[in-house]
Write a protein that binds this ligand. Sequence first.
Ligand SMILES: Cc1cc2nc3c(=O)[nH]c(=O)nc-3n(C[C@H](O)[C@H](O)[C@H](O)COP(=O)(O)OP(=O)(O)OC[C@H]3O[C@@H](n4cnc5c(N)ncnc54)[C@H](O)[C@@H]3O)c2cc1C
Length: 357
Amino acid sequence: MNKQLRVVIIGGGIGGAASAIALQNEGIPAEIYEQAKAIKEVGAAIVLRPATMRLFKKWGIYDEIVHKSVHSEFMEIRTEKGDIVQKERWPLITENPDENWAELIHRADLLDTLLAQIPSDSIHLNHKCESIIEHENDVEVRFLNGTSVYADLVIAADGIHSVARKMFSDDEPVFAREHTYRAIVNREEVLDLISDDTAITLYQGDKTHVLLLPVRPGAAQFSVDVIVPSEDSSWRLKVEKEEILEYLKDFSPKIQELINNIESTIDARAIHDRKPIECWTSNYITLLGDAAHATQPNQGLGGNMAIEDADALVEALREATTIPEALKKYEAHRKPITSKIQNLSRQDQVLDFSLKS
Ligand SMILES: Cc1cc2nc3c(=O)[nH]c(=O)nc-3n(C[C@H](O)[C@H](O)[C@H](O)COP(=O)(O)OP(=O)(O)OC[C@H]3O[C@@H](n4cnc5c(N)ncnc54)[C@H](O)[C@@H]3O)c2cc1C
């Protein structure tokens, strides 16, 4: 295929940045258009699985990611009071028996590393896409700031509220009746609450759960994620520590103390996902990442799927002779696995990193 393609990526999140890198490695430059004035990630951990790490090797960023993350081999599950229920290896999600591990990284460190691979003049901030018009041979992307661009291929990696998704489906995000409250604390704050500073530790209550995930070299910090049931589906949430402590009344006093001592901002969000859709590509437009298949976070795979999408899309572009053919190949390859994960993540399990059906 002609490498002088004009490729536009909408969204500078994990999926958009991974797509730009995968294309760049194939000799195809791309322009990213991001709605935000600056790209910032919330303070929280993200779990990277071995298949994703293999792609990072292919893209030449494996060492940098490993340097910034914590290699984790175990997951420890405790009662809300802190008694250890079980400690087990990370479940396999591939056929390879050596892949029962994960790398845990701060989301900002991951995104910064990905974006640093892309020429800064290819990242256009303050460009909120408002419409996409597919013409016979190319695509026009219009932005809220009054500008527009033309492309041979548009990759819409614009997240769960994707504008482009409206071209393929009229579905809306579905509320999972849960909130997560997340903050980063220093390792000293959690040492009394864990037995292994490379494992992820889950304090499992009846409907409320607390997850402790090590991030940053030497597990210097921990991401504290509190998951609670809620009927409030608002997108913009604000939470006070007192409210979180109400949910944690039956938890170990040490967990309550941990939350009480948090001084940083607490990121609060209502968990939503999307149902699998019939089709997410047209001739010259494709969805990618959460825009195509937002899932609930209990398997920790949403970001991993976006990164794998990027690789699969570029592989399809390499193999096909036309863009429409490549997009069909990409969709046919990715949809069965992403739909399976979307459906599994809806099962009522807080922490199920396996793909058992
Ligand atoms: C609590 C929680 C924990 C999670 N934990 C994990 C984990 O451990 N492991 C994992 O793999 N995944 C995890 N995920 C999922 C992961 O965060 C998402 O799947 C991932 O961020 C999807 O990347 P994306 O690039 O598709 O979308 P996003 O990260 O949402 O990025 C979309 C980007 O597009 C921009 N944008 C949106 N609309 C427009 C527009 N109209 N025009 C221009 N730009 C636009 C946004 O500003 C944003 O920068 C978690 C999610 C949550 C909520």
